[in-house]
Design a protein around this ligand. Structure first.
Ligand code: ATP
Ligand code: MG
Length: 398
């Protein structure tokens, strides 16, 4: 995931045999085919192993004819998924040019050259191509030099490129934070100037950027700072903590929902605005509802807390750890309670509602109330969690 340093274009790139075979099939049929996109950038930075995308002169129809198993994953943009012998999918996209853009999406046309295809890409470091059979590099915008200088620079006229697709503003920030690159001054100026256009993007595209950024940034502090400095935070995440107060988070703790709760004053509002799944919104709401931590590190307090927060305990634990910068003292007690299998929810009780009905307690909402009272007893003393004991207590309480 984390990048190393660019040390020049290697003579050869190690590619999966399936990708080479796929390219050979297209080339043998007479269609120029190159590796492109983020996987090349990542390979050159020695950062992670993304799937390599292929760009080809063949039209989508031809690609679908040449391979037995294909999936039209983004056919209107010229992308066909080709399944290899192991049923792994590889994206093959026809060389294309944007003929119409409106800041949100583009209408594309085919029948263009590799260089034209590279020219419509966002940043120089994303506009490099490699020929998988001839082992040639193509780098018309000096993306290699920018990798070496650790710099995000737009392909062509930056302000025009951001107006074509405002999402590129957020992508620039994401790559800068992920690779610890600077943003070229012209590109940065154009981004800040175009930033109002972010308001016209769909919430879903912004959310994907927000989540990807949080997951991949080497420093979430820098990422958040850039969202403020470029002017994106006021538009999409005004609840984001101000740059200087942002905490830092280790790479292994990158749950985007928990991080939104850590970094934003009202995470539920943020996730709603970004049209996140109901499940993600519910997780944020549960974290906000708390209680944030047990009232003490005593085992009883911890059991009561686990019962109170139910499914949110893991999220709250991570959140507490990230807030404090260390594992809270009660975390070990949580693990011990779990390891001993002590009851912390209604469903853990040795009896259920039907058992209560069988001893003559009338069905209805009163059953739940009674079970909750029994749960309180076993939270204080797990040894009471036995059928006979609980049935006797239920009779006493009813
Ligand atoms: P990652 O997958 O790690 O987020 P990536 O660079 O591979 O990074 P993708 O969204 O997978 O990003 O896109 C693949 C390639 O398509 C990019 O490298 C870039 O060349 C091009 N691309 C993607 N989005 C845009 C965009 N909004 N404008 C212009 N080119 C884009
Ligand atoms: Mg990619």
């Amino acid at each position: 995931m984390v990048s190393g340093t660019f040390t020049g274009f290697p003579a050869r790139l190690d590619l999966p045999a399936e990708v080479v075979l796929l390219a050979r099939t297209l080339e043998d049929a007479g269609y120029e085919t190159w590796c492109v996109g983020g996987a090349l950038r990542d390979a050159l930075l020695d950062a992670g192993d993304n799937d390599v995308d292929l760009a080809t002169a063949a039209t989508p129809e031809v690609v679908r004819r040449l391979f037995r198993h294909t999936i039209p994953v983004g056919i209107e943009h010229g992308t066909v998924g080709v399944l290899d012998a192991n049923r792994r999918m590889h994206e093959v996209t026809t060389f294309r040019r944007d003929v119409e853009t409106n800041g949100r999406h583009a209408v594309v046309s085919f029948g263009v050259s590799l260089d034209e295809d590279l020219a419509r890409r966002d940043f120089t470091i994303n506009a490099i191509a490699y020929h998988p059979l001839r082992h040639e590099w193509r780098d018309p915008f000096q993306g290699g030099e920018d990798l070496g200088r650790k710099r995000i620079r737009a392909v062509g006229a930056a302000s025009q490129r951001f107006r074509e697709d405002y999402l590129r503003i957020l992508r620039a920030i994401r790559f800068a934070a992920r690779f610890e690159f600077t943003i070229d001054p012209d590109t940065w100026a154009a981004a800040t100037e175009a930033v109002a256009g972010l308001a016209s993007l769909s919430a879903e595209r912004v959310r994907d950027e927000w989540f990807k950024g949080l997951t991949t940034a080497r420093s979430v502090r820098r990422l958040g700072g850039l969202w403020w400095r470029v002017g994106a935070a006021p538009i999409w995440v005004p609840e984001l903590i101000d740059g200087t107060d942002l905490p830092e988070v280790a790479l292994e703790d990158r749950d985007p929902v928990v991080l939104t709760a850590l970094l934003c004053l009202d995470p539920v509002a943020v996730l709603r605005r970004l049209k996140c799944s109901n499940q993600d919104i519910a997780r944020a709401a549960a974290m906000m509802a708390g209680p944030r931590e047990p009232v003490s590190t005593g085992v009883r307090a911890v059991r009561h807390w686990l019962a109170d927060v139910a499914g949110a305990s893991a999220d709250l634990l991570l959140l507490a750890r990230l807030r404090a910068g260390l594992v809270p003292g009660w975390a070990i007690i949580v693990s011990e309670v779990r390891a001993r299998g002590e009851p912390v929810a209604r469903k853990d009780l040795a009896i259920g509602g039907d058992d209560l009905v069988r001893i003559g307690i009338p069905p209805g909402p009163g059953l739940g109330v009674l079970l909750d009272r029994l749960l309180l007893l076993v939270l204080d003393d797990p040894a009471l969690n036995q059928r006979d004991v609980l049935l006797q207590r239920a009779k006493d309480l009813a």
